[in-house]
Ligand binder design. Structure first.
Ligand code: COA
Length: 360
């Protein structure tokens, strides 16, 4: 809001020079303050200008054109140094005053912009970048996946026996091929799917004319979420039911190598029926995995950790545990089925002998 020229100012302007209230007049500072009451920021800058303004007794005299500019710029004539005859205020005096005032007002911002301290600077710095090809794909598939009503089912699994077995087998590995937890877990999932084939199916959502359907799939093509140099990729191991754990390990290593070199084929990347995401190989206890659109279940694995537990005789013993987090499509999978499948996988992992007994 601009300040107005008060009737008193008009009277001063109209009065002869000797009647005009000069800076020494007791009225002068009060009117200057009143003129800027509505613009606090201007007030301090103008007050500085008042401090350095001249004391000429004709400073308040000027023409109607200059008064118009004073009004438009919200300037009190008493603050302006007049350079005309008898200290009259000219147009250029007002413009000079306004330029000096505006410069003073903008200085605090310029100063803060000039000395940016990365430690305390609160200003946000943004940069827009395009998504990588893998991120673009992830953007599309994950957006579609979130149309599926997911539910999460989690449990802690005791991997102490499996740790011991894995260590023993790896010590004896003749060809240097090591087995990780993941290779056993993939096999356990496949064995459990034999009793819960719905979890290997896909949903055909249907349309207004066609009812939704479940498409059952015989082969267990188990997808592995992989952290690769290009980003998240999910190749799958075909027909896990027909493979030994060693063979699963070998195929997993092949896919990892290909993923690292950006050489996964379309066949490697398509046809998955259920996915395992081992985020625990990087870190983290829990994960809420998001379903792949053509699947109805996914298993997320957390990092193994050693915890104190009680044995049958209430003695404190060490246990290695891992969290298993399942997400499932609640349109076709109910909680009880998911819990039974989870229990079956847990039983195979906690008692690896049971898994061996089921191997063909
Ligand atoms: N807890 C503790 N240790 C684990 C573990 C877990 N959950 N999973 C793996 N390890 C161990 C392995 O046994 C191995 O140990 P070792 O050297 O003593 O034998 C070590 O960690 C390295 O394992 P890694 O080479 O990663 O093999 P892997 O077969 O377990 O996992 C991948 C392979 C491809 C799954 C893994 O490298 C990867 O990319 N994980 C990230 C998956 C991801 O990004 N998921 C999120 C999707 S949203």
């Amino acid at each position: 809001m601009q300040s107005e020229i008060s009737p008193e100012d008009e009277a001063v302007l109209a009065s002869p020079p000797e009647q005009a209230g000069g800076p020494n007049s007791p009225q002068q500072p009060q009117r200057a303050a009143e003129s800027f009451q509505s613009k606090e920021t201007f007030q301090s800058a103008s007050q500085d200008a008042v401090d350095t303004a001249p004391d000429g007794k004709h400073a308040s005299l000027t023409t109607p054109a200059v008064r118009g500019i004073l009004k438009a710029q919200g300037v009190n004539i008493a603050d302006v140094r007049g350079t005309g005859k008898d200290d009259r205020v000219l147009k250029e005096d007002v413009y000079k005053f306004v330029a000096a005032r505006d410069d003073k007002l903008s200085k605090p911002f310029q100063a803060s912009a000039g000395r940016r301290d990365p430690g305390t600077d609160q200003a946000q710095v943004e940069k827009t970048i395009a998504l990588t090809p893998v991120q673009s794909q992830m953007f599309k598939t994950m957006t579609r996946s979130l149309n599926i009503p997911h539910f999460l089912y989690g449990d802690e699994v005791d991997v102490t026996s499996l740790s011991t077995l894995r260590r023993r087998l790896n010590l004896q590995a003749a060809n240097g091929q090591k087995l990780s937890f993941l290779h056993f877990i993939i096999k356990a999932v496949s064995l459990a799917l034999e009793d819960f084939p719905t979890l290997n199916a896909r949903v055909e959502a249907g349309s207004e004319r066609q009812a939704p359907k479940l498409v059952m799939r015989e082969k267990h093509n188990i997808g592995i979420a992989m952290d690769t140099p290009q980003g998240l990729l999910v190749p799958n191991i075909k027909n896990v039911a027909s493979r030994s754990i060693l063979n699963i390990g070998a195929e997993c290593n092949r896919l990892q190598e290909r993923a690292k070199d950006g050489k996964l084929s379309v066949t490697d990347l398509t046809g998955g029926t259920i996915t395992v995401s081992n985020i625990g190989s990087i870190g983290g206890t829990y994960v809420a995995p998001v379903l792949v659109q053509s699947e109805v279940a996914i298993l997320g694995i957390g990092k193994a950790k050693t915890v104190p537990a009680f044995d049958d005789q209430d003695r404190v013993i060490k246990k290695d545990i891992m969290s298993f987090s399942w997400s499932a499509d609640h349109r076709v999978v109910d909680g009880a089925t998911m819990a039974r499948m989870g229990e079956r996988v847990r039983a195979f992992i906690e008692e690896p002998g049971m898994m061996m007994a089921r191997l063909r």
